[in-house]
Design a binder for this molecule. Structure first.
Ligand code: ADP
Ligand code: MG
Length: 491
């Protein structure tokens, strides 16, 4: 078969265009350039050019499966895909200290990223999907301690705030003296997208960069489980256990996955004990506090507490803004006044989503060839991404909220019924419509089953009178108001 990179990629595009929404296809696949196609030991190697690192990361996190399967179908065999990033030529200079020394050899060559295609072999070859390695690593580069560490997950790139200060400083102390502090094991827990994986990998990256030259292994408990099951099937448990026992820093992500898997837990328990006894540094993450994990044996849980357990909370506004600014800077785009604030105010709980917003902005900016992102542009581009976008408070929303509060069907607020509790809810809803929307009384009346504007006036008066005399009612009213005001933007 004599395929060229262009032919291969064009066939891929034809297939992808069929399978993807036009907008997705246009934004994420059309800008890709085929660079080269070479034979490799077990198939092909396809190199693709992408406009930016963010573009790559987005592609990798969203479309890895469809991309690799499409390419495999077109070439008819296993094809390793690597990416070349134009803007990455400038990247090594902006790398933080520790990863610069780790990858110093890289600065002379364009960075490339390889999606990981290593199959389920020995546990050591497992890798996170975001695994990143330089393509042209010279033989003199430091040995890779754990192929699974994402070199971008460094302390320098991890913005500190009140929400993560303790976890971060403990992590740094451990990275400086792995296995020698009292923080062993170290368990960090917190919600999704708050930086657990980043932080625990930063420990590995930092230690390696500082000359810790003993085996470091990063893997998730899911990978551990899969590798263990495979070892059982292949009757190679002894091998499995031996490999783990050689490790001198074990970083185990998402230990909540062990829940309910008794055999795997037992194996991990023994490995844990041996490693701990040998002063191997053990680092773990979990999506909840250990006391809230069910389905993990007590003896293992109690070991999680031997060292230090630290949490990461959702970041406050200032930290979110700092994260956005920092990432924008690394990406070479300028956020004009108000943009970071706008995004950070709308996306409150999840840093991954925050990054997603920035990825989108950057991608659109690069398509427009304009590295300056202005507020109206950001509003437009992110319109459908801002899931925490406050809803406009309108008559229907007020009716819905009041009905919900009083546990009555919303239709009844517009119906003829004069049942006491319904009348009360109706009055209150009308009152808030008058207070919180700028709708004329006539419109409000009409939206409550075609009532007259004088009915609305009467309702408001009834509410005000009752507010003065009935403390229980006053409290209800305040609760409803607080709810409306906290979640919605008044018109
Ligand atoms: P978790 O493992 O808790 O779900 P991750 O570590 O995967 O979260 O973080 C999600 C994304 O947010 C990652 O890309 C990570 O680099 C980024 N991130 C998280 N916390 C921070 C932080 N404090 N500073 C900078 N980036 C962060
Ligand atoms: Mg994680």
């Amino acid at each position: 078969m004599h395929l060229t990179a262009e032919e291969t990629w064009n066939s891929c595009l034809t297939r992808l265009a069929d399978e993807l929404a036009p907008q997705v296809f246009k934004t994420w696949f059309e800008p890709i350039k085929p660079m080269s196609l070479q034979r490799s030991d077990d198939g092909f190697r396809l190199r693709l050019g992408v406009p930016s690192r963010f573009f790559y990361e987005w592609l990798e996190s969203r479309f890895n499966t469809i991309l690799t399967s499409t390419v495999d179908r077109v070439t008819g065999t296993n094809t390793e895909i690597s990416f070349l990033i134009d803007s990455d030529l400038a990247e090594p200079d902006s790398l933080p200290k520790e990863s610069k020394s780790l990858h110093a050899a890289q600065s002379s060559s364009p960075a490339a990223l390889t999606t990981d295609r290593r199959g389920p072999g020995a546990p050591f070859t497992y890798s996170t999907p975001s695994h990143v390695i330089p393509a042209d690593r010279p033989a003199t580069a430091p040995a890779r301690q754990s192929p699974d560490l994402n070199r971008l997950y460094t302390f320098d790139r991890f913005i500190e705030g009140d929400s993560n200060r303790l976890a971060r400083s403990a992590a740094l102390a451990i990275a400086e003296r792995p296995g020698e502090t009292s923080f062993n094991p170290f368990l960090v827990y917190g919600g999704v997208g708050l930086g657990k994986t980043h932080l625990i990998q930063a420990i590995g990256n930092y230690a390696v960069a500082r000359g810790f030259n003993r085996p470091v292994l990063y893997l998730s408990s899911e990978r551990f489980t899969a590798a263990f099951v495979q070892a059982i099937q292949q009757n190679r448990i002894a091998d499995f256990a031996r490999k783990f026992r050689q490790v001198r820093m074990l970083i185990m992500d998402d230990v909540q996955f062990f829940s309910g898997k008794e055999k795997t837990q037992e194996e991990f328990f023994h490995i844990f004990n041996d490693l701990h006894q040998n002063h191997c540094q053990i680092v773990m993450s979990c999506d909840r506090a250990p006391k809230d994990i069910v389905g993990i044996e007590e003896r293992l849980l109690s070991r999680f507490h031997w060292g230090l357990v630290a949490d990461i909370q959702p970041p406050d506004l200032e930290t979110r803004i700092a994260i956005l600014r920092r990432k924008a800077q690394a990406e070479g785009v300028t956020l004009e006044t108000g943009v970071a604030e706008f995004v950070a105010e709308r996306i409150k709980t999840n840093i991954r989503k925050l990054e997603g917003a920035l990825i989108r902005l950057t991608a659109h900016a690069s398509l427009h060839k304009n590295p300056h992102i202005a507020l109206p542009f950001a509003r437009e581009v992110l319109d459908d991404l801002l899931d925490e976008k406050p809803t406009r408070l309108d008559i229907e929303e007020i009716k819905r909220q009041v009905a919900l509060y009083y546990n009555v069907a919303v239709d009844l607020l517009s119906a003829k019924t004069r049942r006491r509790e319904i009348v009360q809810a109706r009055h209150l809803a009308m009152y808030f419509c008058k207070q919180l929307t700028e709708q004329p009384l006539k419109t409000i009346g009409l939206r409550f089953g075609g009532r007259d504007h004088s009915t609305v006036i009467h309702a408001c008066k009834a509410v005000e009178d009752r507010f003065d005399t009935d403390t229980a009612f006053r409290k209800e009213m305040e609760e409803v108001r607080a709810k409306l005001e906290s979640q919605y933007v008044p018109r």
